[in-house]
Design a protein around this ligand. Structure first.
Ligand code: ZN
Length: 294
């Protein structure tokens, strides 16, 4: 009997326990695994999970990011184009180079230098050299230079009568006309630059003015290209007329430096006609023009 009563009590206790357990929960989201059923739970803490500790000696190497495929257009940087050189400044001054007593064997070289620098000059030629050097005379004109008379054979006009002076001027102009097909400009330069009333009267009568110079480097005397160069560059001013001779080897040597240096200093190398236009409103017949000097 006692045994029966004990079994009933045990059975009753078991039934009460099961009715109290109304839910069973398995939580897998937590670090520990927890099985809970009502008031009861079985837990496994992180300490109990097996894991391999990281090797402390192993250096950390971050994974290299995968290279993305670049489907953009390849860009190759192009170095900037060098800027073109600035244009030369406009010339501020005008100057006239004049060459007397030619043409000669040096004249072509002087023409080359002028052409190379897009510059012009005036050649006061001797009438008796014009026809025999017609090609050079024509090239002077073709390049825009001016061809004017300097007498027929370099006689000193001061020692000549009016008729002889007239002949010297007219014959030279006729020779230039013969070669170029056009009259020379309405001025001439007397040999040695000598001017007197008789010469001026003949000039007026024939329709000419007289053109001398403002700068004389004495290239017939200074047989040194450096001296000729220095004098011209030192005395070059706006409106100057420079006296040179294209029959002198040192002049030929000096001119290849004179022309670019004058341009660099802001001079435009013009003909005598252009310079007279620049300096004067009117050019008088028989008038003597020397250009401006410092
Ligand atoms: Zn002369």
């Amino acid at each position: 009997m006692k045994t029966k009563i004990l079994l009933i009590i045990i059975l009753g206790l078991v039934l009460v326990g099961f009715t109290a357990c109304d839910e069973i929960v398995l939580d897998t989201s937590a670090d520990d695994i927890q099985l809970s059923a009502g008031h009861f739970s079985i837990a496994q803490t992180p300490d109990e999970i097996e894991y391999t500790p990281e090797d402390p000696d192993e250096t950390y190497e971050p994974e290299e990011p995968e290279e993305e495929e670049d489907d953009r257009i390849m860009y190759i940087p192009i170095p900037p184009m060098p800027l073109p050189p600035p244009p030369p400044p406009p010339p501020r001054y005008r100057i006239a180079l004049t060459f007397d007593d030619g043409p000669s064997q040096y004249t072509s070289y002087i023409l080359d230098v002028l052409e190379q620098h897009e510059s012009k000059a005036t050649f006061f030629v001797l009438g008796n050299r014009v026809k025999s050097r017609a090609d050079i005379i024509r090239r002077m004109a073709e390049l825009g230079n001016e061809v004017a008379g300097h007498s027929w054979n370099h006689r000193n006009f001061a020692n000549l009568g009016a008729d002889a002076i007239r002949q010297q001027i007219s014959d030279t102009s006729a020779a230039i006309y013969y070669v170029l097909g056009e009259q020379p400009p309405p001025f001439f330069r007397p040999p040695y630059g000598i001017v007197n009333n008789r010469i001026r009267n003949v000039a007026t009568e024939l329709g000419y003015s007289i053109v001398n110079w403002s700068v004389d480097p004495k290239d017939w005397q200074n047989r040194d290209a450096d001296i000729i160069y220095d004098i011209v560059i030192d005395r070059a001013v706006d409106g100057a007329i420079i006296l040179l001779h294209d029959i002198r080897p040192y002049t030929k040597e000096a001119i290849e430096r004179i022309v670019p240096s004058l341009i660099e200093k802001g001079f435009q190398l013009v003909t005598v006609s252009e310079l007279l236009d620049y300096l004067f409103d009117e050019v008088a017949l028989g008038g003597v023009y020397t250009g401006l000097r410092r």
